[in-house]
Design a protein around this ligand. Structure first.
Ligand SMILES: Nc1ncnc2c1ncn2[C@@H]1O[C@H](COP(=O)(O)OP(=O)(O)OP(=O)(O)O)[C@@H](O)[C@H]1O
Ligand SMILES: [Mg+2]
Length: 119
């Protein structure tokens, strides 16, 4: 199992959601975050040029998946989040040691696999 963490532009977040839905990804968590992606803004001061680290609004997706879902999920995010401009974001794939579904007590694969009924 993996936890896919994707930081994307807020303007792309709905497209990412739709692409994930089409890829049959169901369980996910979304948060508004702020981040910095390396772009430095030059600021003129009376003592010369300095650089300022500006924080940008981003949206963070966290998606726990079984291994065979990793590539489809990454592809869905890549294609829906990309504009081609700097600042499109990043996708991190992290190992997951254990998952519990609280309601049923299911563990690991059983706990990350979506159930048919609505939650
Ligand atoms: N190494 C990192 N660790 C954690 N978060 C990061 C990292 N790099 C980028 N981010 C997050 O992703 C957001 C977007 O980053 P960004 O797309 O600018 O990355 P980049 O590597 O500079 O790529 P690009 O050259 O396309 O701008 C950042 O605002 C930050 O929230
Ligand atoms: Mg950047």
């Amino acid at each position: 199992m993996k936890l896919i963490v994707a930081i994307v532009r807020p303007e792309q977040a709905n497209e990412v959601l739709e692409a994930l839905f089409r890829a049959e990804v169901r369980g996910l968590t979304v948060s508004r975050v702020q981040g910095h992606g390396g772009e430095l803004e030059r600021v003129e001061t009376y003592r010369g040029t300095t650089v300022k680290m500006e924080l940008q609004d981003k949206v963070r997706f966290e998606i726990g998946v079984s291994n065979h879902f990793v590539e489809p999920t990454v592809r869905a995010i890549m294609s829906s989040a990309r504009t081609g401009e700097v600042g499109d974001g990043k996708i991190f794939v992290l190992p997951v040691e254990r998952v519990h579904r609280i309601r049923t007590g299911e563990v690991d694969e059983g706990a990350v696999t979506p159930l048919a009924e609505a939650d």
